[in-house]
Write a protein that binds this ligand. Sequence first.
Ligand SMILES: NC(=O)c1ccc[n+]([C@@H]2O[C@H](COP(=O)([O-])OP(=O)(O)OC[C@H]3O[C@@H](n4cnc5c(N)ncnc54)[C@H](OP(=O)(O)O)[C@@H]3O)[C@@H](O)[C@H]2O)c1
Length: 317
Amino acid sequence: MNMKTVCILGGSGFVGRHLAEILAARGLDVRIPTRLRERAKADLILLPTVELVFADIHDPQALRHLVTGCDAVINLVGVLHNRRGNGFARNHVELPGKVAAACRDAGVSRLLHMSALGADASGPSEYLKSKHLGEEAARKAAAHGVAVTVFRPSVIFGPGDSFLSLFAGLARLFPILPLGGASARFQPVYVEDVARAFADSLTLPATFGRTYELCGPTQYTLRELVAYVCRVIGVSRAIVPLPGPLAYLQALALEILPGSLMTRDNLASMSKPNVCGCAFPPEFGFAPTALESVAPAYLADRRSRARYDGFRCRAGR
Ligand SMILES: NC(=O)c1ccc[n+]([C@@H]2O[C@H](COP(=O)([O-])OP(=O)(O)OC[C@H]3O[C@@H](n4cnc5c(N)ncnc54)[C@H](OP(=O)(O)O)[C@@H]3O)[C@@H](O)[C@H]2O)c1
C-alpha cells in the first residue's frame, strides 16, 4: 500500500501530536483538522509536512473534503466526559460512522480507529459502551473495501499526559490525597509505543482487519501509581483510599466543579480492570516501554512545558 498523505482526526491532542511527529519524520504529509488552531500551534505548526486545517469534522461534507486525496485516515477523537449529555454519542459513535462513510465516498482505503481498553457493549460506563459502538461503526467501512484496524490502549502515559501529570500536580498542591478507585488496576502504555504501533500499522498488512489491545509491561493499582508519582516528584503524601460511597460523592463533586477532573462515569469505568489479556502485539516487533524508564524525566521536570498541557487540555485551550 502506497502511503503519502494521512489525515489524523484528533491529531492536535496528546496522542495525535506524538503520532504526527513520527509520521512527519517518516516523510508523510499529515493533515490535521482542529477546532482551535491555537491549541495545536506550538508543536505541530513547526513540523514541516504537517498541515493544520480549521474544520468542523462533524459536518459530513467538510469531512469528505478533508479526507479526499488521503491514503489513510486515523481517527483519534475522543472525550472523557459526556458534556451536554451527548459528547459520547456524538464523538465516539456518530463520528466514526461519518468517518467510515467519508472514507468510502472519498475512496480512502485505510482507516485506523482509536478505541479504549475495556470497550464493551455491556461495559460498566457510558464511556466504554460508546467506545464499543464506535468500533462497530468504524468496522462498517470494511464492507466498502477499507482496511480497518482498531486499537484499544490502557491508560497512556508520556510527556503531556493528563494522568500521571495530573496526579503530580495534585500531589504538589495537597498534603492529603483522597483517592476514589484506589484499587482499580491499570497497565499504562507509553504514548510513543502507541504512536509507533499506529504508524507501523498503516502499511502492515498483517494488522488489516484486526483489533489490538495495547498495554505496557506492568500492571499497577491506581494507589501504587499515585504513590510512585509522589516518590518521583519527591513529596510525601498521605494517600487515603475512599470506600465506594465516598468515592461516588467525590466523583459527583468533581463532576460539578470546573475542570471536570473526574466524573461518576470515569469512576464506573475503573470498576473494570484496565489491563491486557495478552502480551504487546508481536506484529509490531518491539517491546513496550517501562513506565519507570520514562516517567521520572517528565514528571520531575517542573520547568517542562509538558506540565501545562494537561491544564490547557482541561481548559479546552
Ligand atoms: N489518553 C489516554 O490515556 C487514552 C487511553 C485510552 C484511549 N484513549 C483514546 O485515545 C484518543 C486520543 O486521546 P488523547 O489523550 O490524545 O485525547 P486529547 O488529548 O483530549 O485529544 C482529543 C482530540 O480530539 C479532538 N476533539 C475532542 N473533542 C472534539 C469534538 N467535539 N469535535 C472535534 N474534535 C474533537 C481534539 O481536537 P481539537 O480540540 O484540536 O479540535 C483533540 O485533538 C481518544 O479517542 C481517547 O478516548 C486515550
